[in-house]
Design a binder for this molecule. Structure first.
Ligand SMILES: NC(=O)c1ccc[n+]([C@@H]2O[C@H](COP(=O)([O-])OP(=O)(O)OC[C@H]3O[C@@H](n4cnc5c(N)ncnc54)[C@H](OP(=O)(O)O)[C@@H]3O)[C@@H](O)[C@H]2O)c1
Length: 304
């Protein structure tokens, strides 16, 4: 089996590639001009695709996209976030669809698809929500359409917060100005932001890699929520984080302060809004999570 990964230098891509290679599965990387490391060069901004990249490939995993939480959301930044997902996905999808035997596509998306849902549980049948992240996810998922039209299997991977201190949403949430922003929590000076009753749907990095590997071998297509079966409220999440760090989390962080730091739209999308996401399709497909306890999963993430 040979797997092509785009966005392979990121948090999930690195862990996925290592897991596949450990089991002797051939991994081919698509690397942009500015990417680190070796692989097949592509520049999605030009619209062209190196056709040899897909020779003998049975599945493509597309994980690329500009980080959503590291810069304030100006209109320009929002365009960069959106285009860095939609444009490469379209280029990749058209190249896959042009193959005589198009490979499977597993394409990243996010639980942001569902918008802000309060305490209403949402599974994959729920409609898209409102707001910038939901709009990005809709366009990102739609960009895969040529692959499904060519008759190949497409999985839309709606990921929740992937727990790792090395990158991804958790680091962005806890470290909007770089990894050291976690310091207030480490010093016992952090706490709940706002009311804390918004839901955060999470998954350990190890389970996320297992989800992708499960999907490579299953027949599922369409949206799949890549989250643990136990979403937590923000209050529960911060309490578990404090326990994992052995620190109190009793100093509340005022909403207005976060909005001043991040800008209102990013603060809402990343921290103050949430979704209680149910991984219904993985459950029905027999997937078993290893990490179902948030505090243990956070402890493991912070220790690695
Ligand atoms: N981690 C999470 O908590 C989480 C949650 C929900 C959804 N997701 C989504 O899942 C995907 C993978 O997540 P991740 O945490 O591994 O992300 P990540 O660590 O930020 O890595 C994303 C990768 O995308 C590529 N990339 C960066 N800027 C780009 C640009 N402007 N245009 C095209 N590609 C660009 C880079 O890989 P190359 O240099 O190798 O191309 C980068 O390593 C992302 O699309 C992310 O939005 C992640």
């Amino acid at each position: 089996m040979s797997i092509l990964i785009a966005g392979s230098s990121g948090l999930i891509g690195r862990a996925l590639a290592a897991s596949l290679r450990n089991e002797g599965i051939a991994v081919r990387r698509l690397v942009r001009p500015q990417s680190a490391g070796e692989g097949i060069r592509w520049d999605p901004t030009t619209g062209s695709f190196p056709s040899e990249a897909l020779d003998g490939v049975e599945a493509v995993v597309n994980l690329g996209g500009r980080s959503i939480g590291e810069k304030r959301w100006s209109e320009r930044e929002k365009a960069l976030v959106r285009d860095s997902r939609v444009v490469p996905t379209r280029v990749l999808a058209e190249a896959i669809a042009a193959q005589p035997n198009p490979p499977v596509l597993i394409n990243a998306s996010a639980v942001g698809y569902y918008g802000n849902r309060g305490d209403v549980a949402v599974d994959e049948t729920a409609a898209a929500g409102e707001g910038f992240l939901a709009e990005v996810c809709v366009a990102w998922e739609e960009a895969t359409a040529p692959v499904a039209a060519a008759g190949a299997r497409v999985v839309l991977l709606r990921s929740g917060i992937v727990l790792s201190s090395h990158g991804g949403a958790l680091r962005s949430l806890l470290a909007p100005f770089g990894p050291r922003w976690i310091a207030p929590y480490r010093w016992g000076l952090g706490g709940v932001v706002g009311r804390g009753d918004q839901y955060w749907s999470w998954i350990s990095l190890a389970d996320h890699v297992r989800v992708v590997r499960h999907l490579l071998g299953s027949n599922l297509s369409g949206p799949v929520n890549a989250v643990s079966p136990h979403p937590a409220t923000h209050r529960e999440f911060i309490k578990a984080l404090g326990k994992a760090l052995h620190r109190p989390t009793v100093v509340p962080i005022p909403k207005f302060l976060l909005k001043v730091i991040l800008g209102t739209e990013l603060a809402e999308a990343l921290v103050l809004y949430g979704q209680k996401v149910v991984p219904a399709r993985l459950q029905a497909d027999g997937f078993r999570w290893n990490d179902t306890d948030l505090e243990s999963a956070l402890r493991a993430a912070l220790a690695s």
